[in-house]
Every structure is written in C-alpha cells, then in structure tokens.
Design a protein around this ligand. Structure first.
Ligand code: ZN
Length: 579
C-alpha cells in the first residue's frame, strides 16, 4: 500500500488526544477513508500535547496496526503544557508553550523527549516550540541581552540538552525533525533559530498553512506555501523533510487544495495533512487524491525548481512577504538565507538589512555585472550608505503621492491613464544621473516608480512599493512588466493573479489562483529564446509563438511571445518547441 506517488509521500499527523482514544475499529475505518481519497504513506503519531500523554501500550497498538497495513510510523511531540505541580504557576505563556527557564518544566520536557525516542526512530516537533515567556525568571536570565539574543542562546541549550542529546542517548538511531511555523519573519523574536538549529536537528519541516489570506491573523500570501519550502531547501539543502498544511479557515475548497499544490510544486518530499481527525469525513479531502495524482504525473521525477534569487537572511524582518506578492504576480521567486553572490539577478527587500554587510555585498555584486533591484523600504533604511558607496543618488522625500497614471518610458506607447489611485512613497533622483523606467503620477505631477542606475559593469534598480502592498495587484500589467523584464533571466510572464513555477529542465508550470476576479485570463510568455511554439504537455496542443520587436534596455530587440488562457484553479505545464 505504501508509495502512492513518485514525487512525494502523503502523510497525516495523529495528535495525542486522537491517539489516546483510538480503538482498532475506529483506526481501521478511518484508514479506509484516507486510503480511498488520498492514499496514506506515513503518519506522525504524537505521544505528548498539552495535558495528554499517550501510553506506550496504546502507541504500540496503533504503530503495529498501521505498519501491518504498509504505513510508515514516526513520532510527534507538541511542546505545550498546562501548569503542573512543581512548576511555577501563572506565567503568561501563549498557547501553553513552555517556560524554558523553569526547572520543573525543563525536566518535564526532557522526559517527554526521551519517552518519544524510546518508541520511535524518527520524531517531529510541532511548531509550538517557540517561547514568548517573559516571566520574572526569564527576565532575570535575560539580563542585559535583548529577547532575540537571549532566546537564541536559550533555545540552543534547550534544543541540544533537553531534546536532541537526551533522545539520541535513549535511541541512537533517532532522527529529530523540527517543524518551523509559517511566520518566518518572527522566528528570531521567539527562539526559532534555524541558523543555529540546523547544526543540532537532523532535518526541518515547513509550515505551508496559508489558509484565508484576508481573514486570518497572519495575512500570509498564498505563495508562501511554495516559497517557504524553497527557503528551507536553500537553507538546509537536502534536509527539508516536507511541507505541512491544514484545513483551517480554508474557505473555498480550492484554497485548501492550493496549499498542497504549491507545497508539491516546491519539491517537498512529504505532504503533511494536519490532522487525522480534521480529515475524516471532511469534503475538503475528497478532491485531494485526484489532484495529487495529476500533479505527480505532471511534475516528472526530480524536477528541480529555480527562480529569481531573493536574499532573506536568517533572523530578519521588514517588508514581510513582499517577495511572495511578486510571486503571485507571476515572478518565480527563489528565496535564500545566504547571499547569492554568483547570481546574475537579485531582489532585496528591507529584510536583507539584517545582514550588516549588505551594502558592501550589494556594491560588489553590481560592480561585477549583476542586476539588483532594491525596494523603497531598503532605500529608506540604507540610503545614506548606498549614496556614500556611489550606487545611487536617489532618496525618499518622506512624502507619498497618488498615482493614477503610469508611463513605461521604454515603450513609445506606454501610457496607462485613469487607473484607480495608489499611494507610493516619493523617490527623488537626479535626471540623467539615473533613468526612470516607469513614471507614476496624477495631475501635472509624476515621480519615478522604477529607477535605473549603473555602477561598474552592473545596474542597480530602485522599485517603488505601494504604501499598501496589496495595491501591487492594482497596478497595470504593463507597469509590472517593467520590473519583470529587468528581473527575469531571458523569460517573463505577463498577467495577474497567477504564479509561474520554473524548473531547471526548462519546463514551466502556470497556476491561476481562485480569487477575485474569478474568471479565465490571459498570460503572455515573453522569451529571448528562438522558439516556434509553446507545448501544453498534458494535451500536446501547440500554441504558436510570434516574433516581436521590443525596446529593451535602450535597444530594439527581437523576442518571442505566446499567449495562454488560464482558468482559476487549474495548473498547466508547458515546454517550448524550438527551431
Ligand atoms: Zn519564563
């Protein structure tokens, strides 16, 4: 029964309270349901969560039953706990997460770890491993450090001495996996330190639960389900265990399915469906198997994703999720926690400023011939250093201006007027010292929205980011294309509300999200390659490519274009037919 798909395993999480109450009959019925719809390759079976500890007898009963049906069984722990005798009571612990300075809680955590390792050869930590405890004991232990530095040291100690070492002492074979939450931008505030933990844990696992974008606490772009997996793949190469999504606040069945699509497109080796009891008899699950089969066939084995490098250092925040919003405008994004010095293109947001040497690295990157795009958020914070280095003379005036008219200056007909007003920060630059590729204004005034400077062999671009990131979607497609043509490496995709996933073998997957406006729309693919047609891989249908002449980087250039119609909720794979 195991091995339902060639590119990934289908995995389900069994929480402690469900494990505790399982009878063999219920287990058997539930398994039949999961097997019918998604096929079950593996489970993570939890031994502890908050006030539930599952007996060894019960865990072994479940483990033996599932293994006899061909399902792999690993362990799981959720590091939450209620107040108990011996621990200091009344701490303001969010979601019952641990106080890692409390001696009784530390002792308890070590016991919970050892117990799991005594039963399982692989154990995953659910993403409640953070701490926001600010009790008197934590304040004392923190001393002069800020919470970020204190918690980095604290969680290094806890990860080593209360989790991984005790587990390996009990079971030398045990693999310990740390699942990171979907809120990357806040890891360092709460003790999640992948830059430290990658040398302690065997593997990572990625939270890809993006849920409802508008109506949840975290307002995560849908694209995170793809880009966070890529981030960890680049951060811990070869050791990203999988992606993890759930059914919560997934309004419209497509929203639920999209989480799985994007996790799979990113190359995650396991697709974790959280959690067992939420899935049984849930209509969200019924279409999942159908779609996973199609994705598995479409991907082809070992397709390796690639895209535009975005440097997002560990322990960083600022202009959070901005690169994901570009990902939803059709730019294939490849985020990495390490500076990609060898890349040809580079996109930097305010988050990159967490690297104290960023301006030095950027200067060298551009000087050697790279194309780097920085945002107005980056310019706001690093402007003085950039001007001193000679990369740009531009500065932010501190004012915002309304844009209802766009002018793509490299295109003789590139005027787009009477658009809905969007507020942008005003960039002031020296005319002919740098050149504006996109102007935006209202009435008799305009300012640059996309500015080009040269330095050495390369170019630095400043991109105006709307005061509300959500307004990126409201910019005319042709205005966004100015950015796309600069950041792309020979090929870009025009349109909105879709993502383009590109692979090293030259294949392309397009997906149009099920969100307003819910209708089919065109995506135009522009490429420098000499091609004759675009082939829709599933149907074999050929879409003829046309040769066009465009004004690119101050020169007329022959390029090729092809149009496809994309319907909401459908993914399609394409390859080029060449001469
Ligand atoms: Zn505390």
């Amino acid at each position: 029964m195991a091995g339902h798909y060639q590119n990934f395993k289908t995995v389900v999480y069994i929480p402690a309270e469900v494990a505790r109450d399982f009878t063999k009959e219920k287990l058997s019925n539930d398994l039949a349901f999961l097997e019918k719809y998604i096929g079950l390759d593996k489970v993570y079976l939890e031994s502890h969560r908050t006030d539930v500890d599952v007996s060894e007898e019960q865990l072994l009963m479940i483990k033996e039953f599932l293994e006899s049906k061909g399902v792999e069984v690993s362990g799981g722990i959720t590091t939450t706990i209620n107040d108990f005798e011996g621990a200091e009571a009344g701490k303001q612990r969010l979601f019952e997460t641990f106080c890692y300075t409390d001696p009784a809680m530390r002792k308890r955590l070590k016991e919970i770890s050892e117990y799991a390792a005594s039963i399982f050869d692989e154990v995953i930590l659910d993403d409640f491993y953070f701490t926001n405890c600010s009790c008197e004991r934590c304040i004392q232990a923190k001393g002069d450090r800020d919470w970020v530095d204190f918690r980095r040291d604290l969680l290094r100690d806890v990860s080593e001495n209360l989790i991984v070492k005790p587990m390996k002492a009990v079971n030398p074979k045990v693999r310990v996996i740390i699942k990171y939450p979907n809120w990357r931008e806040s890891y360092h505030f709460t003790g999640y330190v992948p830059e430290v933990q990658k040398d302690i844990f065997d593997a990572t696992y990625t939270g890809t639960e993006t849920r409802s974008v508008k109506y949840t606490d975290q307002h995560l772009p849908e694209y995170l389900s793809y880009s966070l997996v890529r981030y960890f793949e680049n951060g811990w190469p070869g050791r990203n265990g999988g992606g993890w999504f759930d059914t919560y606040q997934c309004w419209s069945i497509d929203r639920y399915l999209e989480q799985a699509y994007l996790t799979a497109f990113a190359g995650a080796k396991e697709l974790m469906h959280f959690m067992w009891n939420d899935l049984i008899d849930n209509p969200l699950v019924a279409p999942m198997g159908l779609q996973l089969k199609k994705i598995d066939e479409m991907l082809g084995k070992d397709a390796k994703p690639c895209g535009i490098p975005v440097y997002v250092p560990f322990a960083s925040s600022g202009e959070n999720h901005l690169e994901m919003r570009l990902g939803m405008l059709g730019l294939p994004i490849e985020p990495t926690p390490y500076f990609p010095a060898e890349a040809k293109k580079l996109f930097l947001t305010e988050s990159a400023l967490a690297d104290k040497e960023i301006v030095e690295k950027l200067t060298e990157f551009v000087r050697q011939g790279g194309d780097a795009v920085i945002t107005t958020g980056f310019l706001r914070e690093a402007g003085e250093e950039l001007r001193k280095a000679g990369l740009t003379e531009a500065r932010l005036t501190g004012r915002s201006h309304v844009v209802t008219r766009y002018h793509a200056t490299g295109d003789f007909t590139g005027y787009y007027e009477n658009e809905k007003g969007i507020l942008f920060p005003e960039i002031m630059h020296g005319n002919n010292m740098s050149w504006s590729l996109l102007n935006g204004g209202d009435g008799d005034y305009h300012a640059t929205l996309f500015l080009r400077s040269t330095y050495g062999k390369g170019r630095l671009y400043v991109m105006g980011i709307p005061e509300n990131d959500g307004d990126l979607n409201r910019m005319p497609t042709a205005a966004i294309d100015v950015l796309k043509s600069v950041l792309s490496d020979g090929e870009y995709y025009s349109g909105k509300h879709f993502s383009a996933f590109t692979y090293e073998d030259g294949s392309l997957i397009l997906y149009r999200y099920v969100k307003e406006p819910i209708r089919s729309d065109r995506v135009t693919i522009h490429t420098d390659r000499e091609v004759t047609a675009l082939i829709d891989v599933a149907s074999g249908r050929k879409i003829p490519a046309r040769k066009v002449v465009k004004f690119v980087d101050f020169r007329l250039k022959e390029v090729y274009e092809a149009d496809v119609m994309l319907s909401p909720g459908t993914f399609r794979k394409y390859v080029w037919e060449k001469n």
